[in-house]
Design a protein around this ligand. Structure first.
Ligand code: C5P
Length: 227
């Protein structure tokens, strides 16, 4: 069976990573969570005085990029994969609402994108890869055999993200989660460099009313049709 590249893009909290991990496990592919990479750079920036509510030192961020090393380590299944920032497991830390607040401004910086896109392309060099993000079908893998653009209504997405955060023990309000999703969507779609948009040839899936099983089988069938 030939191996293909599967690019899954879409708005925040549309369930991209859930379906991407299911697909990668089922097909025996590599999964790359590109959002986790932007989040890890953001965490580094928060820890090193580059970004806070009062300040965003873009020059320091650019100078720091060579000191930021990212790596994914998988255990058994892809939903147990963790991202490491300079040798430290930061999988949990990068998911909190503080990181979510600063990640989209960090992701507007061209030099950050150049660094991460190069690493993403390297990770997908051998095909047999499922990658999710905002610019995978448009910039990272414009020739991907399967491109998906996921969507769902903003309140539905906020409800899902809120549930996820609460289950992980975070104290957050639904309104803060909804506002963060709307703010990120705004920045991600209007930024100059690689704005989120549906890639040429992408298949749009609105999963507002789909359960996880339906969603998985819909995408799996699209993949099988191309293998
Ligand atoms: O996928 P996730 O919601 O974790 O991504 C966090 C943020 O990282 C996005 O809101 C976006 O600003 C940025 N991102 C990006 N390009 C990608 C993946 C994520 O700009 N390919």
């Amino acid at each position: 069976m030939r191996k293909i590249t599967i690019a899954i893009d879409g708005y925040s909290s549309t369930g991209k990573s859930t379906v991407a991990k299911q697909l990668a496990d089922y097909l025996g592919y590599v999964y790359v969570d590109s959002g986790a990479m932007y989040r890890a750079v953001t965490l580094y920036s928060m820890q090193n005085g580059i970004i806070s509510k009062e300040n965003f030192d873009v020059e320091k961020l650019k100078e720091s990029l060579p000191s930021i090393h990212l790596k994914f380590i998988k255990e058994e299944a892809w939903n147990k994969a963790h991202i490491f920032l300079n040798g430290k497991d930061v999988e949990n830390e990068i998911r909190n609402l503080d990181v979510s607040e600063f990640v989209s401004p960090i992701a507007t910086i061209h030099e950050v994108r150049v660094k991460l896109v190069a690493q993403q392309q390297q990770l997908g060099l051998e095909k047999g890869v499922v990658m999710d993000g905002r610019d995978i079908g448009t910039v990272v893998f414009p020739n991907a055999e399967l491109k998906i653009f996921m969507n769902a209504s903003a309140p539905e997405r906020a409800q899902r993200r809120y549930k996820e955060l609460v289950e992980r023990g975070e104290t957050v309000s639904f309104n803060d989660v909804l506002k963060n999703i709307e703010d990120r969507d705004h920045i991600d779609t209007t930024r100059e460099d690689s704005p989120l948009r549906k890639a040429d040839g992408a298949i749009e899936i609105d999963n507002s009313d789909m359960n996880l099983d339906d969603q998985f089988h819909t995408v799996l069938q699209l993949a099988k049709d191309r293998i």
